[in-house]
Write a protein that binds this ligand. Structure first.
Ligand code: HEC
Length: 184
């Protein structure tokens, strides 16, 4: 191909890239609906409130734990209120932002943490593109939950089961290094 054509090809590639950026921006989160979520909000998992199913833990960073607990305890499914924090294992958390933040994920943000005796650090966070340390995309699994469950998988909400047993999950919950901190 003559140099001139390469230039044109380059220009087309460039405008495609720009278009892609613009498109992904149109799907981006609404900053005015975003809660301030920092690593300090996440601490010892077993000190959070337990869902009635007994499998996962909940909290609410806006102080409305009662509403989050009610959603988590519902036997027919519920939409979680803003501020909800949900966690099954210490390193994986879902946080609910204000209505309209990101409709595609029902306003949930998926977060992977690094946890240690020193506390929590945010490793990865976002909406549809967060991949955990095992190479799994959070949203791809969680979106399989039937609509009434608001992306919460539980043990029978329609998601494929995790490849680990209940005992293993309990073991991971009970060995959260953040729980042994003196100030925890
Ligand atoms: C391979 C599929 C898969 C991937 C990937 C995955 N999850 Fe899950 N997650 C599940 C399943 C299934 C459960 C329910 C397990 C149970 O209770 O038996 C679950 C449970 C949870 C829970 C407790 C509430 C609930 O939905 O039951 C949270 C919070 C959570 N995951 C967050 C995350 C985050 C954050 C990521 C990414 C960093 C992630 N998950 C990646 C499948 C997945």
């Amino acid at each position: 191909m003559p140099a001139k054509h390469w230039k044109t090809a380059g220009k087309i590639a460039c405008s495609l890239a720009t278009a892609t950026v613009l498109m992904s921006q149109s799907h981006s989160q609404d900053a005015s609906k975003q809660l301030d979520v920092t690593a300090e909000l996440f601490d010892c998992i077993t000190q959070m409130a337990k869902s009635a199913s007994g499998s996962f833990f909940v909290d609410n960073i806006l102080g409305d734990l009662e509403a989050t607990q009610a959603a988590a305890d519902s036997e027919t499914g519920a939409s979680y209120p803003p501020g909800s924090v949900v966690s099954l294992i210490p390193t994986e958390v879902m946080v609910k932002h204000n209505p309209g933040w990101n409709p595609e994920t029902n306003d949930w943000e998926f977060i992977e943490l690094n946890v240690s005796e020193g506390g929590s650090e945010i490793n990865v966070r976002g909406t549809t593109a967060v991949v955990n340390q095992f190479g799994g995309n959070c949203f791809d699994c969680h979106k399989l939950a039937r609509p009434e469950w608001d992306l919460i998988c539980g043990s029978d909400h329609g998601c494929a089961p995790l490849p680990i047993t209940r005992e293993t999950i309990l073991g991971i919950q009970n060995s959260d290094p953040r729980c042994v901190r003196e100030d925890a």
